[in-house]
Design a protein around this ligand. Structure first.
Ligand code: AMP
Ligand code: ZN
Length: 451
């Protein structure tokens, strides 16, 4: 049984997928206007952590993540300029060149961190017609209206607005400041579609003239495109709770007339030297910056496991030095166990590890179990169990040259076997064989070898 803290219900709840053991998960993706920093990477390690733990606990998972390449303004609400256009002016490139460049950077860095990316990674600009249809649906259902500037979501029509952050929208509306845009019915109504001035670079056709989407609508639309009216888990950083996710909930639930997302999970922020991270403070480190300081991306992965996701984590040099040493010791211990001859019963470690990860991703506790197990006499049993744990930890043991594609196929095959779907398991084994690798099963795991 897996229990996660659900930010909407404000308690730990058992994860019960809508469809047997198959989980549909949505993650708010990066805005591709600059280099992702290590705070952003904490958010994607969190996503990776959930995916790997669910799989470890026997679930199948299908993930979707958007790439924001249009519409995210310099404020998370409707003020400021589009971040893509700001970057485009800064770097003298088109917004499309900016998006391509920083999407590639994101993908490259995700690989360096061994992040298990979602099955579908979807740029907002690739779903324009779906966005238009969604907005038409909201107008038809009476939740949206048109002004000379664009189409707005009318939040007073959506009874439950504010459920995630616990705000009382009626009180807020009563005390609201006078809105500068007097065409809006309320200052908290947010934009779904912006009517673009002629000179605006990024614009598309719509029934309301040329324009571009607001930021929040892309997530509702991309979630809808792949999952329809039910999403089991939706993740993101805590900063998105009050505006972006409230707006996503309003849009999706209004269209379907039901609660679309079953469970919300939020990650707390990374702090630097006990303070905020900020460009003006010069401390928005990237993975390249960490490497320059002598820390491989994998050290940051280890560092992520040292704190619970629901607590702020403090980044500083000492903590990273600690992570670096611990990772080095862990790896050398694992390789000694590989050659070990002692016999060790690892059942209790396995039980404790699973209990920790299934209890709202308690990675510090899970890591402690791993380290305790590694103190056992050198034993291949320990090594084998570590390989299992490593499905969650995701460290590169560089002791085998097995491509990720083969590892994924092998993992799917193992799951198929556990599900007693032997036809699929055999098909996958053959596919792996055709690609030049062989799988050897044991009682509680498998080994992959190059033929
Ligand atoms: P953005 O690219 O700005 O849309 O942000 C991508 C993700 O990074 C979002 O889920 C944010 O919540 C998350 N994020 C931004 N800053 C931090 C931080 N300091 N710590 C953890 N997550 C962050
Ligand atoms: Zn989102």
């Amino acid at each position: 049984m897996v229990k996660f803290y659900d930010s909407l219900q404000r308690k730990k709840v058992e994860i019960e997928p809508s469809n047997h053991r198959y989980i549909k998960m949505y993650t708010c993706g990066p805005t591709v206007y600059y280099y992702p920093h290590i705070g952003n990477w904490r958010a994607y390690l969190f996503m990776d952590n959930i995916r790997r733990v669910l799989r470890y606990c026997g679930y199948q998972i299908e993930g979707v993540m958007n790439i924001t390449d249009v519409g995210h303004l310099t404020s998370d609400a409707d003020e400021g300029d589009d971040k893509m256009l700001v970057a485009s002016e800064r770097e003298h490139k088109t917004p499309w060149e900016i998006a391509k460049y920083y999407t590639d950077v994101f993908m490259r860095d995700a690989k360096r961190l061994n992040i298990d990316l979602p099955e579908h990674v979807v740029p907002a600009t690739s779903v324009m017609s779906e966005i238009v249809e969604f907005v038409k649906g909201l107008i038809a259902r009476g939740y949206a209206y048109e002004t000379s500037k664009g189409i707005y979501f009318e939040i007073s029509k959506f009874e439950d607005y504010g459920q995630l952050s616990g705000m009382n929208i009626k009180e807020k509306l009563a005390g609201a400041r006078i809105e500068v845009d007097d065409e809006k019915h309320s200052p908290y109504d947010f934009v779904l579609w912006v009517k673009a001035p002629k000179e605006h670079i990024m614009q598309w056709d719509s029934p309301w003239g040329r324009g571009y989407p607001g930021w929040h609508i892309e997530c509702s639309v991309i979630g809808d495109k792949y999952f329809g009216d039910t999403i089991d888990i939706h993740t993101g950083g805590v900063d998105h709770k009050t505006v972006h996710h409230e707006n996503e909930i309003a849009q999706s639930n209004a269209l379907y007339g039901k609660q679309v997302v079953k469970h919300w999970m939020h990650l707390e922020f990374l702090q630097i030297d006990n303070g905020k991270m900020g460009k003006s403070l010069g401390n928005t480190y990237t993975l390249d910056d960490l490497e320059e300081q002598g820390f491989e991306p994998e050290v940051y992965r280890y560092f992520y496991f040292m704190a619970h996701y629901s607590k702020q984590q403090n980044f500083n040099r000492d903590a990273m030095e600690g992570a670096k040493n611990s990772l080095k010791n862990l790896k050398s211990s694992v390789s000694e166990h590989k050659k070990g001859t002692a016999s060790v019963d690892t059942t209790e470690y396995e039980r404790q590890f699973e209990e920790a990860v299934a209890d709202d991703l308690n990675m510090p506790k899970a890591l402690a179990v791993v380290l305790r197990m590694l103190k056992e006499p050198k034993s291949a049993d320990v090594y084998k169990t570590f390989l299992k744990f490593n499905e969650v930890l995701g460290f590169d043991l560089d002791n085998k040259d097995i491509p990720k594609e083969i590892e994924n196929l092998a993992r799917d095959r193992w799951q198929a076997k556990k599900d007693r779907n032997f036809e699929l398991a055999d098909k996958l084994r053959k596919e792996i064989l055709d690609k030049g690798y062989e799988i050897k099963d044991s009682k509680d795991g498998y080994d992959i070898n190059k033929i």
